[in-house]
Design a protein around this ligand. Structure first.
Ligand code: LMR
Length: 401
């Protein structure tokens, strides 16, 4: 048994963290895995989250099972955070399950699609988060890509995207990033979201929205305006929510899968399938992270201070984007870096050749995933010069023939 298994190459994102940790260079910089970092380079637990956790521990009287659907208060509050007042209007038509992070939500959603429509194809953006295809594709569903990013403009290849979606057969699924597109940082604007809603409606396509960065683009409301537009207009929608980034709950694996169905009866049936799928895969989700988020969202004071902390995080990322663009422009006046400021969230693509990405790691000790994505939150005032110098040098490397 197992003798035929070969050693796998490192994960494209988590492998960067491992390589970074193994590098003895004292000035090394990690711009790899998508975690928020503060001015000291730490990934803090927001104070409001810490306080919610303290209250939770003080009041917790049992650690008995939570059940396959997880914490019902969490489910209701996290969907209300995403959908706003619409969540009340859609309550009867929504089936929600607490999941093992946003990844667990994506995977359970894919399993349910496969159970219901095994021939359905899931269309993902080109490019997309490095784990989307393995995670969703492991369900056995076929995946295809739709045009999304234009490296020439460093923006959304919108006409090509719409044109492509407009040719898809009814019933296929379109995976969309609600905000802070990973890895490009290029988001749809409100008019573009409206056009996407039009084409999904017209072609009878099913949106599957990945919401991993609510609050990290502009703010907690603006970042979900497109999602809410789809939820208001489309008969069916899948929503995978992650609490890793905005609540800083990464290792607690708190997330949710909400499915808005055509009818209340369909939602009730879906809820039974969600629970059975979870039961067959891992039985029940962990309690802690979701219980913290539920407490926080249920307390007006904690919620207010958490919102202020999220606002401070996004302000820092925007400021880092501005400073990095300024520093790079000073070193490379021949190049345009305005895209760094236009992009939203933690990520942008550098647009480097593979050889330059290797040089960045091996010569400059600056670590990015193989697609050349940078996590802007990994830049700090302390490493800004080193990052800008290194990027300016690798951007200067001649393209290989
Ligand atoms: C990332 O994109 O770096 C994060 O979502 C972390 C991960 O699991 O890949």
């Amino acid at each position: 048994m197992f003798g035929n298994l070969e050693t796998l190459p490192p994960d494209p994102i988590l492998g960067v963290t491992a390589a970074f940790r193994a590098d003895p260079d004292p000035g090394k910089v990690d711009l790899g895995v998508g975690v928020y970092r503060d001015i000291e380079g730490n990934t803090p637990v927001p104070a409001a989250v810490r306080e919610a956790e303290r209250r939770l521990l003080a009041g917790q009287s049992s650690k008995t099972y939570v059940g396959p659907a997880g914490n019902l208060d969490f489910n209701e509050r996290i969907v209300a955070l995403a959908l706003g007042p619409l969540s009340g209007q859609l309550r009867e038509r929504t089936a929600t399950i607490q999941t093992v992070g946003g990844c667990g939500a994506l995977r359970i959603g894919a399993e349910l699609i496969r159970a219901s429509a095994p021939g359905a194809v899931i269309h993902v953006s080109d490019p997309t988060w490095a784990n989307h295809e393995p995670l969703v594709g492991s369900s056995g569903l076929a995946l295809q890509r739709y045009p999304y990013y234009d490296p020439a403009t460093r923006g959304v290849a919108f006409e090509r995207m719409i044109d492509h979606l407009d040719r898809l057969p009814a019933g296929e699924v379109v995976l969309l990033h609600a905000c802070c597109h990973n890895p490009t940082g290029a988001d749809l604007d409100p008019q573009q979201w409206a056009a996407v809603a039009d084409v999904l409606e017209r072609r009878k396509l099913v949106p599957y929205v990945d919401l991993a960065y609510q609050g990290f683009g502009d703010d907690l409301e603006t970042d979900v305006a497109g999602l809410r537009m789809l939820a208001a207009r489309l008969p069916t929608l899948l929503l995978a929510i992650s609490c890793s980034k905005n609540f800083g709950l990464y290792r607690e694996r708190a997330g949710a899968l909400a499915i808005v169905a055509e009818s209340a009866a369909a939602a009730r049936a879906i809820a039974t399938h969600q629970a059975r799928t979870a039961r067959r895969m891992y039985s029940m989700p962990p309690d802690h992270g979701a219980a913290i988020a539920a407490r926080l969202l249920g307390d007006a004071g904690l919620r207010q201070s958490w919102q202020e902390e999220v606002t401070a995080m996004v302000a820092r990322m925007k400021e880092l984007r501005r400073l990095l663009a300024e520093q790079l422009a000073a070193r490379r006046p021949d190049l345009d870096f305005s895209w760094l400021v236009r992009h939203r969230g933690m990520f942008s693509l550098l647009g480097l050749e593979p050889a330059a990405i290797v040089a960045l790691r091996e010569v400059e000790h600056v670590y990015v995933p193989p697609d050349g994505r940078i996590n802007v939150a990994g830049v700090s005032h302390a490493n800004m010069d080193r990052v800008a110098d290194s990027l300016a040098r690798v951007l200067a490397r001649p393209r290989p023939d």
